[in-house]
Design a protein. Sequence first.
Length: 352
Amino acid sequence: MTQTTPTPAAAGRSTQTPAEAGYSMPAEWAPHSACVMIWPARRELWKDRFEEAKRDYAAVARAIAAFEHVVMLCNPGRAAEVRSLCGAGVEPLEVPVDDSWARDSGPAFVTNAAGDLAAVKFGFNAWGGRWHPHDSDRLIPERLAEHFGVPLFRAPFVLEGGAFFVDGEGSLITTEQCLLNPNRNPHLSKAEIEQGLKDYLGVTTVTWLPFGHSLDVGPAGTDGHVDGVAQYVAPGRVLLEVPSDPRSSEYERARENLARLRGSRDAAGRTLEIDLLDPDLESEVSYANHYLANGAVIVPVEGDERDAGVLEFLARVHPDREIVGVPGSTIAFGGGGPHCITQQVPAAGVVA
């Protein structure tokens, strides 16, 4: 696959892919210079919970700001509201936006061996054409590349950030349910999509899980993003949501994912160590949909007795990080969690 790099922030123009230019995406646990979020904007998504959504986005932003700088994109005229609800650790950036899922409409950030930072813009079609308009969201990668003063690579295929994870050592994990859905890239084969992932994220090995969540469909769905069911914990180690209750709609699907992981090797040739997260059958939030900030894990919580066991589990999985619970139910109502509404900016070449 080929691309162009026509950003004003870049010196000159290039037809190289990020991989050809020596760039790759660091793992989420690598140090960040900032976290990007987008202030809630689409009232029809949140219905009568729009004000709750803003409250809970602010809670997530404040939690992250205790560990790293937060840049909050917001529609013109909303900066004062962001400052009021989010506090001094969150920087408003007024640009036109349609929706509030930074992981998906924003760019992926890549780095090279010299410590340079660049952004990668993937095609964005609002999760298979679910929401309109999304013209402003399509321009978010350009606006962030300009804001941070970094080059921008343009990938010639549709991809949302919640659809993949990388381990920073050449491995990527994704789901067939999402990336092979014909509402994303019907003109590309699985092999061509895999090559695109390698070209634009700098990976060499792709592990395809069969499934995301079965209920991740409908108006607010993503067709099975991997960040609802899994997360890289460390090189060679993956957290996977596997319910133990046979009544769960995910029971058999999770076991197929587990079998696929157990039969996989990563870019370093390792078999994967797998941490099994057992979600409660009645839980509204996806505990797997958490964000790894600098020194912390930002986790959605229900606010009841179901949270304690998961928080203890994550403390064992991440013994060197502070486990921070944030309100999760309203964001889950909108279709996601803390991971969906954030995008890390690696600590390379940028002063936030």
